[in-house]
Ligand binder design. Structure first.
Ligand code: SF4
Length: 723
């Protein structure tokens, strides 16, 4: 009987959830996906968390959208593909005729395939003249992009996951890695288990499961981590744990207003951040700040991980810079075990959106829309007339949705994401989506996704194992997802949907010269070739066999690059280059230590709203819950969102575990069940954001980082009372 249940076939693929990018083997029986196991040859060494392992019921959920729909008299009614796409064409053409290219927009996803994002971005930017191309990575990764680009000149991490195995100190800041990147966290925990001398520092105002393996858990007043990071730099220098040999040769010191200064000026800047001064700001003892700074500096190799806790902030780019500062100060970079490493929330935020230019200011391979030379080089490679690409960047996510809410952007193509749940201060955007004078087409696999309530046309998107393409995870590794089952009903891969849209819109055939999705990949390889990204060596044939390859990978026999910016490791640096390191994104090859001052949050607690609200994930749910809430085991473990309250705060307000409590911010109010524990520090409450019935984003804030335009989901002022 056991043999009867065995899959007929195992197909290599990648997990559909977090940015860890675990390799999976999809078990197929009678043409259906019946089980999933870990790929022993990928970086996850065969391990998966429950989300990844329990994928099959999601594929066959009764909520799958299996045919197109058109909204008529307020109700979604079945339609043919031709009717649905005909209406999309009509509405986009009307918007273009009325308002020009700025009246249309595309909102994509870090869950779309690399090729899909590349194609959508090209259709809009080169085919329709609109740079209003954005995606949900703006909500999660934009500050990391800004941080890497301002510090090193190029986006994406310098190291790889294998640094965990060589690190002697691991600092985790603004990341609940144990729940959000569980398989990677397992590797960190195994490292600690194998060598108890490895030091783990966790900097987080919540005492999460991640913090439970830490040698030092630093619980701080939310928002003050910028001061703590500067203070760590002060200690490192004053304890002579910095590496003048490294920073003297490979680093420039730069003030916040971009003036190049010397090391002494940096020392002077840091005088405001002595541990004693920062103790008063952050609530962290001076002794603990000294201790963690010494751990960081004294280790032979330190790796730092961070995620949304730093990125989803109005000073997100600065926070990213400050972590990299510590690495550049100590020389903990460019050697095994030493790297500043931003973790990604989605399976392909790095891949499709960041690398191939799926944001309003970007073009593929790190090129910028505002740079004429970048536009012209790309136009030449694409074989389209010079001047085709509009030189003005489009609207970033919050501006785009504001414009849609005001019906200034009249037609929006939303693909593989759920903005009616995931945008901050979401009520204003769902009100906008209800307007009759704008139009939203949504390509989505699930009928119960919140955004379905608001779309004008719903397209049945093929899901994960029903299509082919690549995902690029947090460590610059790209892996191929092979199609392993046929799409359900009338579902189509987004590649086909986008090609149909482009043809109907009359996009020049030179912009879309593709027979199939592999053609898009091969064009991306060509477009990246002369850049530091360089995917040339990643042929489809190689990707079929390999369990992922890390870029840059310039030739078909190149193994991929684990360490960037280092002569001998990085193919961008010639072997006879005179210096060991070259931060080639910067004109003089030197990275930057930035002077980033501590500044408060956009909305600090006050008398009326005296506490801080923060949001995040739980281990068994992912994003807006449209997938994980369909798995009975996962739904049972976290059936509904709740509010996590500290024991002291609960006592002061007479709140018991399990009580209904009312949360109120300036934007909205909502009742949650209380979970009283010591996880949050006093004054802080936490609510997970996966639950569509208790959508915490109705209460969050849409203030944004000036540089990255990423919203501050992590901090807003809130009032809590017994309901
Ligand atoms: Fe999937 Fe992330 Fe879990 Fe790996 S850790 S199985 S990528 S959800």
């Amino acid at each position: 009987e056991a043999a009867a249940d065995e899959p007929d076939q195992w197909v290599k693929s990648v997990c559909r959830f977090c940015g860890t990018g675990c390799g999976v083997m999809v078990g197929i029986k009678n043409g259906k996906c019946v089980t999933v196991k870990g790929d022993p040859n990928n970086h996850n060494r065969g391990f998966l968390c429950l989300k990844g392992a329990l994928m099959p019921p999601i594929v066959y959920s009764k909520e799958r959208v299996t045919r197109p729909y058109i909204r008529r008299n307020g109700k979604l009614e079945p339609a043919s593909w031709d009717e649905a796409m005909g209406l999309v064409e009509k509405k986009f053409k009307e918007a273009l005729a009325e308002g020009g290219p700025t009246a249309i927009g595309y909102y994509g996803s870090g869950q779309a395939l690399t090729e899909e994002t590349y194609l959508a971005s090209k259709i809009f930017k080169a085919g329709l003249g609109s740079n209003n191309v954005e995606g949900n990575p703006r909500l999660c990764m934009a500050s990391a992009v800004g941080g890497y680009v301002t510090t090193f000149g190029k986006d994406e991490p310098c190291g790889s996951y294998s640094d965990i195995d060589a690190a002697t100190c691991i600092m985790i800041i603004g990341s609940n890695m144990s729940e959000c990147h569980p398989v990677l966290f397992k590797r960190v925990a195994s490292r600690k288990q194998a060598d108890p001398n490895v030091k783990i520092i966790v900097i987080d105002p919540r005492r999460t499961n991640t913090a439970r393996i830490a040698d030092e858990h630093v619980s701080f007043k939310p928002g003050t981590d910028l001061a703590i990071l500067n203070s760590m730099a002060w200690v490192i220098i004053n304890e002579e744990l910095d590496s003048p040999r490294f920073h003297g040769k490979y680093v420039n010191f730069m003030t916040n207003d971009k003036k190049k200064v010397d090391f002494d000026a940096y020392m002077k800047f840091l005088e405001d951040y002595t541990p004693e001064k920062v103790e008063k700001i952050s609530g962290v003892s001076a002794a603990q700040i000294r201790k963690i700074a010494k751990m960081f500096g004294e280790a032979s190799a330190t790796t730092s991980f961070w995620c949304m806790g730093l990125n989803q902030r109005i000073r997100g780019v600065w926070a990213n810079n400050l972590v990299s500062n510590l690495h550049l100060l100590t020389g903990h970079i460019g050697k095994p075990g030493a790297t500043p490493f931003s973790l990604t929330g989605q399976p392909n935020a790095c891949g499709g959106v960041r690398d191939t230019g799926g944001l309003c200011h970007l073009l593929p391979a790190g090129r910028l829309i505002k740079k004429e030379a970048h536009r012209n080089a790309l136009e030449k490679q694409w074989g389209i007339p010079k001047g085709t690409i509009n030189p003005k960047p489009g609207l970033h996510t919050i501006a785009l949705w504001n414009a849609f809410s005001e019906a200034k952007v009249k037609a929006m193509f939303v693909l593989c994401t759920n903005p009616a749940h995931s945008l901050p201060n979401v009520n204003i955007y769902t009100e906008g989506m209800k307007r009759k004078d704008n139009f939203m087409v949504l390509s989505e696999p699930f009928m119960d996704a919140e955004s379905v309530k608001y779309c004008d046309v719903l397209l049945p998107a093929a899901f994960w194992c029903e299509k082919r393409g690549t995902y690029g995870c947090s460590e610059r590794r790209y892996s191929l997802l092979k199609k392993s089952t046929e799409p359900l009903g009338e579902c189509k891969p987004d590649f086909e949907i986008l090609m149909d849209f482009a043809k109907r819109m009359g996009v020049d055939s030179r912009v879309i010269p593709y027979e199939n999705i592999d053609d898009v990949w091969n064009e991306w390889r060509m477009v990246s070739a002369a850049t530091p990204y360089n995917f040339s060596g990643m042929t489809r044939e190689r990707m079929e066999k390999a369990s992922g390859i890390l870029w840059p990978c310039p030739t078909e026999d190149h193994p991929g690059t684990k360490i960037r910016y280092v002569r001998g490791e990085d193919p961008n640096i010639p072997k006879d280059y005179p210096k060991k390191y070259n931060f080639y994104g910067k004109p003089d090859g030197r990275a930057v230590i930035w002077f980033r001052p501590y500044k408060g949050a956009a909305e600090e607690p006050n008398e009326e709203y005296p506490m801080v609200l923060t949001t995040g994930r739980v281990i068994d749910h992912w994003h807006t819950g449209t997938m994980t809430m369909k798995v009975p085991e996962l739904r049972r473990s976290f059936p509904a969102a709740y509010v996590e309250v500290n024991i002291e705060d609960a006592k002061a307000k007479g709140i018991q575990n399990g009580d209904n409590v009312l949360l109120e911010t300036k934007r909205d109010k909502m009742v949650f069940r209380a979970k009283v524990s010591d996880v949050c520090r006093p004054g802080l409450i936490f609510v997970p954001w996966y639950d569509a019935n208790l959508m915490i984003n109705k209460l969050t804030l849409n203030a944004i980082d000036k540089g990255s335009k990423q919203p501050e989901f992590k901090i807003c002022a809130v009032r809590i009372s017994k309901a």
